[in-house]
Write a protein that binds this ligand. Structure first.
Ligand code: AMP
Ligand code: MG
Length: 377
């Protein structure tokens, strides 16, 4: 076990820095343009009638649909109007008797219950009065809030998917590897992950371990908002990304976090471009992309952060002696986590077999312990 440094940043702190460093669009202030609803409305399909006439038979004058002008009818004693959900109530009616509580008898209908005024009626202004503040400015987007903007006739901000570039780094990455070389598996993996998380992805060719080539790629990132790199952020002689970013004047949000795997993780802002410098080992690259890309996308899209963690019990103990929290690969069986015999951060085979990763705090969790875990996607 390597000796950890006390200065490694806890995951929560790294996530907080990332969240706070990114700009976020928000919903503008929403005020009610008119009463909501703007008239009394039927909330059921049935007939609109005057409740005080009780169960007396009613003659049907016609039908009002959602969107019909209710001025077409006036409900007078002994009459009613068939009405569909969402239609405005005709004058003279104060209740809806639903279809299920009506008996048709020739030209007439008979309520089978005693209606009360207001039954199945959404009254004018029930939700809001014209001018009411419905949402303060600065609220994150979600689909319901966009619906509210639409309802109030406010412009809907154009929101597109965040464009993410994916570029592996490493001289060892070649399409037809000799025994001392490998294929680029991180590139396709990270592109797939970003796609699953809702990004618009551009998978690029792998970059060589060459500071000039890295600098050129970072200086001209093209039309992307986030660059996901893998490799080259650790302590090796060929790990150039941190120094290249610094030389380019990037703002390093964090480098090196208290997590296993993922210690070398780096995040930086180069102008508007967020660079997530993932470690090269596949399990580290995958987990750190899962941990950091999801909130970055949410933030840049103006959404609330979703908590990706679930909780379950461990079937067997996971031994862990280090002072970094460990993310350990597990299979989920009948709602419980079975730790897999993972062989560390280079073990792509176990990553591909895992259902998720259990969070193991030092010094390790016993069988039956309830832990939080991160499902793979
Ligand atoms: P690095 O972080 O660059 O030192 O890489 C750590 C380990 O991950 C090394 O064994 C690399 O060969 C491996 N690795 C780096 N990039 C990739 C990649 N794109 N696909 C698969 N393995 C990689
Ligand atoms: Mg490398």
């Amino acid at each position: 076990m390597s000796c950890d440094h006390p200065d490694l940043l806890p995951l929560e702190e790294a996530l907080r820095r990332l969240w706070e460093a990114l700009p976020t669009p928000t919903v503008p202030e929403v005020c009610a343009e008119r009463d909501d609803p703007a008239t009394d409305r039927a909330s059921m399909d049935g007939v609109a009638l005057k409740a005080s006439e009780g169960r007396a038979p009613r003659r049907i004058l016609g039908t009002l649909f959602a969107g019909s002008d209710p001025a077409a009818f006036t409900v007078t004693p002994g009459t009613a109007v068939r009405i569909m959900t969402g239609a405005a109530l005709p004058r003279g009616a104060d209740a809806i008797v639903p279809v299920e509580q009506l008996e048709p008898t020739g030209e007439l209908v008979l309520p089978t219950i005693d209606p009360e005024a207001g039954d199945h009626v959404r009254c004018q202004g029930d939700q809001a009065r014209a001018g009411d503040l419905l949402l303060p400015a600065g609220t994150p987007f979600n689909a319901a809030r966009i619906a509210l903007l639409a309802q109030e006739g406010q412009p809907i901000p154009r929101r597109s998917r965040i464009r993410v570039g994916v570029a592996s780094t490493g001289d060892e990455l070649v399409p037809s590897p000799a025994p001392y070389q490998i294929r680029d598996s991180n590139g396709p993996m990270l592109a797939a992950l970003a796609h699953t998380l809702g990004a618009d992805v551009e998978l690029r060719s792998a970059l060589p371990d060459d500071p000039a080539a890295l600098a050129a790629a970072l200086r001209n990132p093209g039309d992307i908002r986030i660059l996901l790199t893998s490799g080259g952020v650790s302590m090796g002689d060929h790990d150039h990304l941190p120094s290249v970013l610094k030389d380019l004047g990037a703002r390093i949000l964090f480098h090196r976090i208290r997590l296993k795997p993922g210690k070398p993780m780096l995040a930086a802002l180069l102008g508007d471009l967020l660079v997530l410098g993932l470690p090269g080992n596949p399990v580290s690259a995958y987990l750190n992309a899962l941990l950091f890309l999801r909130p970055a996308l949410a933030r840049l899209e103006g959404r609330e952060a979703q908590d990706p963690w679930r909780r379950a019990r461990l079937v067997t103990a996971v031994k862990h002696k280090g002072d970094r929290p460990l993310l350990h690969p597990c299979r989920l069986a009948e709602g419980r986590l079975e730790p897999l015999p993972g062989k560390g951060s280079a073990d792509l085979v176990t990553l591909a077999r895992a259902d998720g990763f259990a969070w193991i705090d030092s010094p390790g969790q016993e069988p039956g312990a309830k832990v939080r875990w991160l499902p793979v996607i």
